[in-house]
Design a protein. Structure first.
Lengths: 494, 161, 494, 161
């Protein structure tokens, strides 16, 4: 087993990986950018190395700096988390070339799955159903011709991408060129590669993905599905397992397809095979494979009782994954809500600022993977994910009630979050029925922020009056939480 | 007696010790402040127990009650910012970020809804649209530039119609 | 289902019951004594009613006051938690007489199991093995004669008692009278009943108990065992499930015996049947049945995936318990450590004071049922249990590593805790082997507090120097945590 | 240079800005205070990263480092309390509680180890034993009385032997 691991990430996933390492008795090294000097992930690691400026390209995406930090601290392996360098085959190869272990799949599998256009064709050859579309287009006129042939609505995707970034729905021909242009910009900035592909847009489709897990000795299983149809801007906000709509037969067929997909590219470690399911026909289509740990891995952990991050590390160290397909069992129901610093009332615009007050829910069956602490800052440089709230309960309706109760206890002041929005999604009859498709949030779910209740105005007035009359602000000390890092440190350093 | 304004909601409040009289929407209520902890208050509003979390934040105040969080703008600021939104001839950055594209130059005529500039923040594209038919007076930021929240990006004026 | 429940308890269990109610959509009423005005359990409930002075007899043990509070707040049911009035048949009857529902077993079952002497004889008649002993003794000379006949070492127990209170081991005849006197005092004070019984002391025995659960329609199952052999002063400090020493055959036999024991007294709702197991002979003995929710119920919840407190409420409301014995499954391994405000270096003497700093662990598979918050006070009036740290993992060794890592993250300043002691128990080869018996902590485990490491002295010196030179205390603000209740309220109230 | 005493451990410490020289057990170390948050400190001790949680508590200080918590008594207090334990002729309550039994009266001769009084605190019995062979001078608390921590309960003196 490794004695030291460098975690090449930030936020909640870096914190979560550090905990897995601690439990395995492994020393951890965090890396951080200048914007993250006081971030939670630097505090939970045994060591922390500054690797560059706040722009991702200067730090978290800087392969040389990350590897140099690992060498400096005698790390033997690097865990990339998700996002950043996690699906970068050059990075995985550079890690190996430096004599270190990359905790993830083989670079060849990353490369094979990283090109979304190429991987679709490969999966088609392996017998998996794929969504009709057009790849390897170059000129605008190629795109226009292909789009006309396919018909609208259609989807533009980044060939190199994943996680919904750069993905755009085009409903009429007139918007195509502008959307292509925008998608290219995002793709170039996010993945350093502006190639795009087109895909038929399947309406009312569900996004269902399968977790796969394999070791370096040829053993590969799936760990069941995750239902990820609640999305905004093509990014997931609520995930759950089991999927409320999957029949046992379809689960088995899709699970087998996921294992085939991973096997074709010689996959090992954790990966996720994404499918679109047309509920009208029960037909499923291979969408893409994410060659990394997924944001929503925790629902699978709660459902199966397995610690995926610890297994990632053990498999990277050469251990065998000891469970056969029939040994992996499901119990109860797990749901995750992603807590974003974003304003649902302004088109989910990210919100930045200092966390003036942060009260996080706790209780039986409640897990919170958080990347922030009271007093911390949410900057504009990185993804606005603050935390993931995950619950496990005996069945779906208990799990929904549990996560609703937990969200009611979640207080975040200083940045706008999507917590109230999540509450309204969870309470919606469509969600409660489990009949939500990927377009639901944007096309069917009508959301308005609640009117400000009298209680809130009264509380604000009492607090304000008190601040005025006492001369000191009633709640002002929340801005100098003694447990929040650094606030007081400034005075102390002088 | 103090008259406070949160957004467009006026609240009149009078205190005597821990007891307050509050008038809101022409309804009068009796409020007792049972306990106050920095950031957390326990109130009795007409005898009903209400827990509220409150954090002042410059000209705003964050309030959570009944599991819902609201950012209330205090009167004057709120009025000013609403006004500037409607009548303004200045476009400012809605949040910190980097300028990805500038689609107009000074002197260009623009139509309402046209994308004038594209920012990237938190890996997301934010498009700045023309709020009315008009003409660009000046462009204050260039491609690649990092801008702060509220930083002036474009000045424009209404076209005489 | 009930619309309002009164929780007749305090501390972590009152907080835990309130959460179960919230998830079931039930309004909660807390009760509190004058010493608990600012306690956490009053903050998490929807309402809180002051019921009397700090002495338990004035408040938490005051049947009239508790029932009056329930009537006042229109509560329809009362959950007694554990301890206090939970095993008081008169209370259960008074609740019913007031037209309310008692969330627990029928009063007749409480009464039948409450008399430890009587219940032993009853279980013997039902065919369960019991430990040889003597009941219904009156005069000191009766006790002396019975003790001589049994031989030493022997145990003195309170007839009316439970939870180890008033229990004393006597190793030689000369100590008998003094120990009887002491046991009577404790029994009278704790249970209002000073009758005692004698029992043969089985050396190197293990304490293994079975959770039983039944509904009001005659359906009764067990939810597997809990191994509770790590005890000090006859009180459990670490519990786990599965028991590392139980064979599948013995588990099945004991589970059946537990269901028989509960059935004999017409039991329903949650209960626990305690056994002593002699590992030398694999013989087990019925010890007693606790007619209430157990402190350590959470390990069973994590093992089986069931929420016992929610089921207690649903069963009290008349629902059927839907699981047959074969439907209840185990997964992984769960361990609980009880976090006590006590000083292991001074014979586990309780420690009181204000919580100057409190950092609680969090992470995948970690559950913390806490009854305190930073800034709170630990008084001498009640049991010194601060919180229960419970973990779930794939197997016993992962669970041990997980709870060790969690304990390392647990910071409590202001009262002495048993955290370091627990760490040393967990790291001991005997514990790691799973071969610990009930006398182990006191007879075999040698513990000394660690020597103060240089790092701690250096940190204290730097902090102290800084406080001296700056004139303000470096860490002083930890004493006025803005999120701690009431500290600032005092100033505010003036 | 400051000389501090925690329990019986002397620490000599000199500061210059955020850097400190610390002498302990005749070993000299270089310490840098990287970050200090109220209650949490990040130190570099001879280049090694150490996180410590510190809370002052009157004459004591609580320190957690490496997952272990210590209550360090600052010099003078510590010395005094140790002395009073050994030579004292006064028995005080080790914690708040209630007197359950008083087994002696003023004037009684007692032997070392004899139980003089029984307190109940947190549902636990605490027995006060005679620290030496001696005679009771006075009994300061009666059965049923609630006593505070450190409250005087019994005075006794050594028997001339």
């Amino acid at each position: 087993m490794f004695s030291t691991i460098l975690i090449a990430n930030r936020g909640e996933i870096a914190v979560r990986i550090a905990r897995a390492c601690k439990e395995l008795g492994i020393h951890t090294v965090a890396v951080y950018s200048e914007a993250d000097r006081h971030a939670l992930h630097t505090q939970v690691a045994d060591e922390a190395v500054l690797i560059g400026g706040p722009q991702p390209g200067e730090s978290y995406l800087n392969i040389e700096r990350v590897i140099a930090a690992a060498k400096e601290t005698d790390a033997e392996a690097i865990h990339p988390g998700y996002g950043f360098l996690s699906e970068n085959a050059e990075f995985a190869e550079a890690v190996q070339a430096a004599g270190l272990t990359f905790i993830g799949p083989p670079p060849s599998a990353i490369r094979a799955m990283g090109d979304k256009a190429e991987s679709k064709l490969r999966m088609q050859r392996a017998g998996l159903p794929i969504i009709p579309g057009a790849q390897n287009l170059n000129s605008d006129s190629d795109f226009v011709a292909a789009a006309r042939a396919m018909g609208f609505p259609l989807l533009i995707k980044a060939s190199a991408g994943g996680g919904g970034k750069g993905m755009r729905t085009v409903t009429e021909a007139g918007d195509l060129l502008e959307e292509l242009e925008a998608a290219r910009r995002v793709a170039l900035s996010a993945f350093g590669d502006d190639r795009l592909l087109l895909e038929k847009y399947i309406e009312a489709a569900q996004h269902i993905e399968f977790q796969v897990f394999g070791d370096q000795h040829g053993h590969l299983v799936h760990l069941f599905e995750r239902e990820c149809s609640v999305q905004r801007r093509h990014q997931k906000i609520i995930e759950e397992t089991p999927s409320p709509l999957l029949t046992p037969e379809l689960r088995e067929k899709m699970g087998q397809a996921a294992v085939i997909a991973a096997g074709v590219v010689g996959y090992y470690n954790a990966g996720t095979v994404e499918f679109l399911v047309d509920p009208a026909t029960s037909q499923f289509y291979f969408l893409e494979m994410n060659a990394r740990l997924q944001v929503e891995h925790a629902v699978t952990e709660l459902l199966t009782g397995l610690d995926l991050v610890q297994w990632q590390i053990r498999i990277a160290a050469g251990e065998r994954f000891p469970f056969q397909q029939e040994d992996v069992t499901r119990r109860g129901h797990a749901i995750e809500c992603r807590i974003y610093a974003e304003d649902p009332a302004s088109g989910f615009l990210p919100s930045t600022g200092g966390l003036l007050q942060l009260l996080e829910p706790r209780g039986p069956g409640i897990r919170l993977d958080s990347g922030v602490a009271a007093g911390g800052e949410v900057s504009h440089y990185y993804d606005p994910l603050l935390a993931k709230l995950i619950v496990h309960a005996e069945d779906r309706s208990s799990a929904i009630r549990r996560i609703q109760a937990a969200l009611r206890d979640y207080v975040v002041h200083g940045v706008v979050t999507n917590i109230d929005f999540l509450q309204d999604v969870l309470a919606d009859p469509d969600f409660q029925d489990g009949s939500v498709s990927t377009g639901w949030v944007e096309s069917l779910f009508e959301w308005r922020p609640s009117a400000v209740p009298a209680d809130a105005l009264i509380a604000a007035a009492v607090a304000e009056l008190n601040a005025l009359s006492s001369g000191s602000q009633l709640a002002g000390a929340a801005e100098t939480d003694p447990f929040s890092p650094w606030k007081s440190a400034k005075g102390f350093r002088n | 007696m103090s008259r406070l304004l949160f957004g467009d909601a006026p609240v009149e409040i009078t205190s005597s010790g821990r007891a307050y009289s509050v008038s809101l929407d022409d309804r009068l209520g009796q409020v007792e402040l049972v306990e106050a902890d920095q950031g957390r208050m326990l109130l009795l509003i007409d005898g009903r127990r209400v827990v509220a979390y409150v954090s002042p934040d410059g000209s705003s105040v964050w309030v959570t009650t009944g599991g819902r969080t609201f950012r209330l703008k205090k009167s004057i600021t709120a009025a000013r910012s609403a006004a500037s939104h409607d009548a303004s001839s200045e476009l400012a950055a809605p949040m910190p970020g980097q300028v990805r594209a500038v689609n107009v130059n000074a002197g260009d005529a623009v139509t309402k809804g046209q994308v004038l500039m594209v920012l990237e923040a938190m890996k997301m594209e934010i498009r700045l649209h023309a709020p009315f038919d008009g003409q660009i007076s000046s462009v204050e930021a260039g491609v690649g530039q990092t801008v702060e929240r509220e930083q002036l990006l474009i000045r424009l004026h209404r076209r005489d119609s």
